[in-house]
Ligand binder design. Structure first.
Ligand code: BES
Ligand code: MN
Ligand code: ZN
Length: 497
């Protein structure tokens, strides 16, 4: 898809479609007014009849208005004027795009009223236009055998209105937004695949393919013998019950100076989580194919920094395993020795994410990182605590956590800090090993982070628990592509420093 800026002459723009925002009060914005007067007052008439109440999320497609170039106009509801802000703008644009995705429209000019520039500046406006346009046209690459519906026809999006002084920032926003949604698509495609296709080997092959496309990316894949050499006993304990061999993926983007301390992203890549011997209940176990979402977000983020050629050194590590209850599977009470040398009593084989992350986080040390961020669908408890609107953000460095929280707000991919104070680690006590891999039901998201904290001492480390936001269940079941927008914003800001 191609993104451009438009600055004036909406009624004479050579596009298939114009998108206008309408408030609940029925008032026309400057842009809508110009279209209305070109079209001989048709919009005012329609609104006066009460046919389009302007409620958020509602759209109306009008065809062949006289006096304007575009053959279609999409009206999209902005809600009450006094509540108008970035959130309602996003909702309106996204609803319009969903409607446009069902048509054969090939080019569209956005002319929705814009919120105050403090709430949505030119750069984030451009980014939102591109991100939402591409994101709402995303289609699951399904394995249905019937006739495929036609894919959306849209090819060009013009963002506006933009003042002359804002053109450059808007164009940069459009470029970044396009790259972010392309990277999100990588994450979503990987996560939506079934577990029998997206295995650890498959994930590694995809990482290799992405690295091939970008000259700044290097890739190294550790197979099982190499993982054994690294003494990743916790990762291997999780993997040993599966017929699928594990993979440890190392991606590196070399922007910036070669010897600068990198940001290291660490992803949980459990391609299917049955729970192992501590087997999960059947309801919605299929959703555990999404348990590699953190790993996929890391691969997506490396694609992003390479595509944008960010002047930054970034390393992506993905621990890819399948958690199965095979005859060789690890059992409750078994003790594993991590790469760090610390021993872990595995009381619950379903707390596998933290085990593979423990070894991956230890591996991060060799890069002498400026910051380490792990991304994982780690606990149901985090989903219970925060629902589906924020990921959980924890760690040992309040500055880094604050950076992530702020990136999440800007990217509309929010995260919320949970407190990992010393007391929580006490819940991990074991009589038989250095500590156990579970800490009871209470504060489950935090005790998981406290466990990871045992492997990140001396590092600047943050942990994103994305169990509640990386995918949706129910009728809309599928990957959301989060938290790639948050990570993108964090990395773009780091690169600008
Ligand atoms: N992958 C799950 C966490 C999860 C649960 C993600 C639900 C998304 C939705 C993780 O491996 C897990 O099973 N965690 C256990 C930990 C418990 C055994 C301490 C959990 O949350 O129940
Ligand atoms: Mn599990
Ligand atoms: Zn899991």
């Amino acid at each position: 898809m191609q993104f451009e800026v438009w600055t004036k002459g909406l009624a004479t723009l050579a596009v298939d479609c114009i998108v206008l925002g309408i408030f609940e009060e029925g008032e026309l914005s400057g842009e809508a007014q110009s279209v209305d007067s070109a079209a001989g007052g048709r919009l005012k008439k329609l609104l006066a009849r009460g046919d389009f109440p302007g409620r958020p999320g509602e759209t109306l497609l009008l065809a062949d208005l006289p006096g304007i170039e575009a053959s279609r106009v999409v009206l999209t509801g902005l809600g009450a004027k006094k509540n108008f802000a970035r959130k309602s703008w996003r909702k309106a644009w996204s609803a319009a795009m969903t409607a446009i995705g069902r048509t054969r429209i090939t080019s569209v000019a956005v002319a929705i009223d814009r919120p105050d520039s403090k709430d949505l500046d030119d750069y984030y406006f451009g980014r939102g236009v591109a991100e939402i346009a591409a994101g709402s046209l995303y289609r699951i690459n399904d394995l249905k055998t019937g006739k495929k519906p036609k894919s959306p026809a849209l090819q060009r999006v013009l963002a506006g209105p933009v003042r002359k002084t804002g053109i450059e920032a808007t164009e940069r926003g459009l470029e970044h937004g396009a790259a972010i949604s392309a990277s999100q698509k990588i994450q979503r495609d990987l996560a939506n695949l079934p577990g029998n296709v997206c295995t650890p080997t498959y994930l590694a092959d995809q990482a290799r393919a992405i690295a091939k496309r970008h000259p700044s990316l290097r890739v190294q894949i550790l197979d099982e013998p190499a993982i054994r050499k690294e003494k990743m006993g916790c990762l291997l304990a999780v993997s040993q019950g599966s017929a699928q061999p594990p993979r440890f993926i190392v991606l590196e983007h070399r922007g910036g100076k070669a010897d600068t301390p990198p940001v290291v992203l660490v992803g949980k890549g459990v391609t299917f989580d049955t729970g192992g011997i501590s087997l999960k209940d059947p309801p919605s176990m299929d959703e555990m194919k999404f348990d590699m979402s953190g790993g996929a977000a890391v691969i997506a983020s490396l694609n992003l920094v390479a595509e944008l050629k960010l002047p930054l050194r970034v390393v992506g590590l993905v621990a890819a395993v399948e958690n199965m209850p095979g005859s060789k599977a690890v059992k409750p009470g078994d003790i594993a020795t991590s790469a760090s040398g610390q021993t872990v009593e595995i009381l619950n084989t379903d707390a596998e994410g933290r085990l593979i992350l423990a070894d991956a986080l230890h591996y991060a040390r060799r890069f002498h990182p400026a910051a380490v961020i792990d991304i994982a669908t780690l606990t149901g408890a985090c989903m219970i605590a925060l629902g589906h609107h924020h990921s959980g953000c924890m760690g040992n460095d309040d500055g880094l956590i604050r950076e992530l929280v702020e990136a999440g707000v800007r990217a509309d991919d929010r995260t919320w800090q949970l407190p990992v104070t010393e007391e929580y680690a006490e819940q991990l006590k074991s009589n038989f090993a250095d500590f156990a891999n579970i800490g009871g039901r209470e504060g489950g998201a935090i005790t998981a982070a406290a466990f990871l904290g045992k492997f990140t001492q001396g590092l600047k480390w943050a942990h994103l628990d994305v169990a509640g936001i990386a995918y949706q269940g129910g009728a809309q079941k599928g990957s959301t592509g989060k938290p790639t927008p948050l990570l993108a914003d964090f990395l773009i800001h780091r690169a600008a420093l």
